[in-house]
Every structure is written in C-alpha cells, then in structure tokens.
Design a binder for this molecule. Structure first.
Ligand code: SF4
Length: 430
C-alpha cells in the first residue's frame, strides 16, 4: 500500500468515512514502531496478548523485542484527512508501510513517508498496578481492551480442536500459547474462578471506564477439569454475577449450543452470546473450520445461532466472522466482489432474523495453519463495510449492546471498523 493508493481508496469509497478506510488498512497491513515511539510506549498500556498473537511475524523474529514494547492500541487523529479519534489494535509487522514515529516531540503515524495523523497511546489503568495473591500481573489475568471499555477474560488459553489438527485454519491460539511461554511470558493456560474474582475486585473498586467483560477461551470438545464447555463457563459467570451483579455487561465467546444449553448460560447471568461462525457457507466452513464442521457442522451451527435468539433475544446474539479469510490463498475466493457477495449472503441470513454478525479483520498469523500470506485487498474491506452497513440499515437493526458508542470519533472496537461506520446516536438514543 502506498499513500497515493490509500488516498485513492478514501476518494473511491466516500460512502464510508476515511477513518474506517485507514483503520482497515492499518489492521490489514500491521504496524511498526520506531525506537523512540516504543520508548515512549513503555509508559502506556502494553500489548497484553489477550488471546491470539494478532501479529504478522513470530516473536522469535522480532529484532527489537517489539512484543514487550508496543502498546495495545493506538488512537489516531487529525492529519491530512482531518481524522476524528480512531482507535486501532496494534498488530506487529516490521515490513508495514505504516510506522509510528516521534517527530518534533509528537507521536505521529506515517504511511510510506507521508503523515497520516497524530497518535496517542492508552494510559496504563490504575488497577494494573494492584497486586494479586498469585503474583501474576493484572494485565495477564484481566487485561482491558478497546481503550479500557472491555475487560477480556481468556480463561482457557488453549483449544481442543488443535489436538487432532482440526483447528480453525486462521487461528494460532495454542501455538501462540507456546511461543509466549517460550518467550518467558507468564501465560496462564487455565485461569481459576478465585483469581478472576480477585482481579475484578480491583477493577470494581478503582475503575469506571470498563463497561463490559468478555469470557472466552478455546473450544472444549470433551471436557476440561471434568466439566463440559457450558459448565466450565457457567462457573465463571455465576461467580462474577453473584459477586458483582450487573456491574458490567456480560459477554461470552463460546460454541453454538442448543437452546437448553444457552439457557444454562443465560440463567447464570450471561447477557450477550457470541457463537462465532467464522466464515459463511458450508464449503468454506468445512475447509477453514474442520473441527467445528466435524463436531457440530455448518447447518447445525447457524441454525443453533438462530435458535439461541429465543433465549437471549436476537439483538443479544452477536456471532463473529473473520473478515477476509474467505480470500485466503489456499481455499478462498480469488475475486473481491465474489467474496463480498458470498459473505453478504450470510449477513442477510442472520440480519433478516434480527441477529447482527460483526467481524474482526483477518490477521494472517504465521503460526496459523493458513500461514503468513498477503492480506486481502483494502477494497475488499471497504466493500464489506458498505455491504454490512447497508444490510444493517435495511433490517433496521439497533446498535449492538456491549460495544460502546457507535460512529466516527466514538467507536472503541479496535479490530475492525464496523462500529466506526454506524451512525452516531442522537442524545435521546444514547
Ligand atoms: S474454535 Fe477455532 S478460532 Fe476458536 S480457539 Fe479453537 S481453533 Fe481457534
């Protein structure tokens, strides 16, 4: 990507704000940081590796030990496009055209040598300094993302689909776990209820910024510590909601379950259900998610997602897909428009039922089975955002709960621009 090409995309896709175009490009290409920019980042919230690596290179290849030095997110503003505040997750790529540097005392973002905007980092939350009885850091047990809006509780850092090499082909969760351990990071495989409660007690006492928590981890196919996946998560939800009733919006990323199992999660106190379908269409689902395809199957998966609306309410069922993975070079589309049309079929299927799929931007991680490869073109993401918003408005859906305020300058969701392209709420709606 050159700066001229970025400018052309901003002009060609005037239906969406420049902030969304640039955010998608940075997520697509990753970021690099100058020494000075990383030195300053030492005083701000670091990248906590909350679940996957979300980097374009392995830690062992990071010449400047970037994995310990970059911030979790950057916020860009101003620049030639007069950007409103735009929050973007950091994905390390030493070959990215985007570099965060320090020029005349200001942290700035450049593409291909051209100034894109000014940069701010997220301060370290005060509760990050609180001690835990295990000796672990708060950022390991209960990190925050989305500029402090979301507490991210990865309570199981492995996925059992890896046991038979049936993992989702874009996913590096187990291999990231291994590389983090090798790199010396204390990385907890299975977190306990007491350590989560202890960490949340600090947040409860000291923080007003976080509004939601996400409970998640890899899939549990048989059992973990003697319980199935639903019961494993239920114990956390029950404990959190008993100790801090409705203190935060509760969300869980888990598999697609039958309504009776969804009801167990709901009864425990879960408000928002994320049964991620990852990619639309049986053929791609089978190729990209072989474990989910074998154990549950595409048709059953999406039908369970639809049925779960009877438990949570359609607006509280928010399945994720991995935007762009349908263009992977191993088994994906070659043509951007065909890929967008295909994925839009899925958007229509869910949104016509009042369910709102959202997406994260595919990061071709080297430790994932698909391996490191070229990211999908920026035009794909622009067209996807346009199609996504068009379907959203067509079905008159409401801003999803648990994502903060929508619209340019407000959105905090940092791994795709879907919240940035939504209209801002009026004072009466917010
Ligand atoms: S279910 Fe798929 S995406 Fe989720 S952790 Fe397992 S392999 Fe990764």
């Amino acid at each position: 990507m050159t700066f001229a090409s970025l400018q052309h995309h901003v002009e060609d896709f005037m239906q969406i704000p420049p902030e969304a175009v640039i955010k998608q490009d940075i997520l697509r290409c990753g970021l690099r940081f100058s020494e000075a920019a990383m030195t300053i980042a030492a005083g701000y919230k670091p990248k906590d590796y909350f679940i996957f690596s979300f980097d374009l290179i392995e830690i062992k290849d990071m010449q400047q030990r970037e994995h310990l030095r970059v911030p979790e997110e950057i916020c860009i503003s101003d620049g030639p496009f007069e950007l409103a505040n735009t929050i973007i997750s950091v994905r390390i790529n030493p070959d990215s055209p985007y570099v965060v540097d320090v020029i005349e005392g200001r942290i700035t973002l450049h593409c291909d040598g051209n100034w894109v905007g000014d940069v701010t980092y997220h301060p370290i939350p005060s509760f990050y300094h609180e001690p835990l009885s295990s000796g672990k850091a708060m950022g390991e047990v209960a990190p925050v993302l989305e500029w402090g809006y979301l507490i991210y509780l990865t309570v199981y850092r492995m996925c059992q689909y890896f046991n038979k090499e049936e993992q989702c082909q874009f996913c590096d969760i187990n291999r990231n776990f291994i590389q983090q351990r090798k790199a010396g990071k204390p990385y907890t495989g299975i977190k306990t209820v007491p350590e989560i409660i202890e960490a949340l007690a600090h947040i409860d006492r000291m923080d007003q910024r976080a509004q939601a928590y996400t409970l998640t981890g890899g899939s549990i196919i048989t059992d973990l510590q003697g319980v199935d996946e639903v019961d494993f998560y239920v114990q956390f939800i029950e404990a959190i909601e008993e100790r801090f009733p409705r203190r935060w919006i509760s969300k869980a990323v888990v598999q697609a379950f039958e309504p009776k199992d969804c009801q167990r999660l709901k009864d425990a106190g879960l408000q928002i259900y994320h049964p991620n379908y990852e990619v639309w269409g049986e053929k791609l689902f089978n190729a990209i998610c072989p474990g989910k395809a074998r154990v549950i199957g595409f048709e059953t998966w999406i039908n369970r997602v639809a049925e779960s609306a009877s438990v949570f309410g359609a607006s509280h069922v928010i399945p994720n897909f991995v935007g762009g993975v349908e263009l992977n070079s191993v088994c994906g589309y070659k043509d951007v428009d065909q890929a967008v049309a295909h994925t839009t079929e899925g958007l229509d299927w869910f949104m016509s039922k009042g369910i709102m799929p959202r997406f994260t931007t595919w990061c071709p991680e080297p430790l994932a089975a698909l391996g490191h490869q070229a990211a999908p073109p920026l035009a794909y993401f622009c067209k996807l955002l346009i199609a996504w918003r068009e379907r959203f408005l067509h079905y008159g859906l409401k801003t999803p709960p648990g994502y903060g305020a929508p619209g340019v300058g407000n959105a905090v969701f940092s791994v795709s621009a879907f919240m940035d392209v939504l209209p801002a709420l009026s004072m009466t709606e917010s």
